[in-house]
Design a binder for this molecule. Structure first.
Ligand code: ZN
Length: 276
């Protein structure tokens, strides 16, 4: 067999294998999804998230973390505001009064404990992006494998500081990532809010598919109107990412769970209850 024919045969086998893999993955799901209370706050002026709309209007915010069980493996999506805020009687006031005044009614540690999960049990830790209300407790999980986009990881922080401790185990992602290699939990690259922002598609047996937004959008009204916060890193990419999420919602018949939307979270069951 000459080289070209050998190559053609190899390609044919590979594409068959890929197709078989996809067929095998049909219907694969994660076992449980817990919604954790990872902060509650009041935003001083929500027009920060919708330029020219709702100026001067304040609004209650929530901050969620999500714990996923896949077989015997635990994965945490976002870590919320720092648990240290739970000990502050008046919470943490923002430097800019238009931003969010955070409180921590429950610590992340106590909610994990209630479920019976120790920090070292968490194998994968993915964060939507590196704003403080999402990475407040990353170092509670020094052994967990961080799953973060390379562009976010390498985005210089204040005074050029790294976004994460250099010694923290990390897999630097370049786009979408199938966490368990079975299609059940997929990190979706949704840049715009920050350079390497990401969202998460989770498939469950009873609940079906859900897209966890991260901060690709902050509340439903802004989603419905495709509004882009003034502080976002890239406006065009934000809109493109919202359209990308919308395409996934349609393709997977998925629900959209918006991280900071209090009205929506009030309709969800919180840990130790779970979705399956
Ligand atoms: Zn946020």
């Amino acid at each position: 067999m000459n080289f070209v024919r050998t190559l053609a045969a190899v390609v044919a086998v590979l594409s068959l294998t890929a197709t078989a893999g996809l067929a095998q993955n049909k219907g694969k799901v994660a076992d449980r999804l817990y919604v954790l209370n990872c902060g509650e706050g009041v935003a001083g002026d929500i027009s920060r998230w919708s330029p020219g709309v709702n100026e001067g209007k304040s609004m209650d915010f929530v901050d969620n973390c999500y714990l996923i069980r896949h077989g015997r493996v635990w994965m945490l999506w976002d870590t919320g505001v720092s648990d240290a805020i739970a000990a502050m009687p008046n919470g943490l006031a923002p430097a800019d009064p238009r931003m969010t005044h955070w409180k921590r009614p429950k610590t992340l540690a106590s909610q994990l404990q209630q479920i019976g999960v120790k920090p070292d049990d968490v194998r994968f830790l993915a964060v939507s992006h590196t704003h403080p209300d999402h990475i407040g407790n990353v170092e509670m999980f020094p052994k967990a494998m961080l799953l973060v986009q390379r562009t976010e990881y390498e985005w210089p922080g204040a005074n050029n500081a790294p976004r994460f401790k250099p010694e923290h185990p990390v897999t630097k992602l370049e786009g979408d990532y199938d966490v368990f290699e079975d299609g059940s939990v997929i990190i979706l690259s949704t840049p715009g809010h920050t350079p390497g922002h990401q969202s998460l598609l989770v498939k469950l047996r009873k609940t079906g598919a859900i897209v966890l937004t991260g901060d690709a959008v902050h509340f439903k009204d802004n989603w419905d109107n495709r509004r882009v916060p003034s502080a976002n890193f890239d406006k065009d990419k934000t809109v493109t990412s919202m359209e990308r999420i919308d395409a996934f919602l349609k393709k997977e018949k998925a629900q959209l769970w918006i991280n900071h939307d209090k009205a929506q979270r009030d309709t969800l069951k919180l840990a130790p209850q779970y979705y399956e």
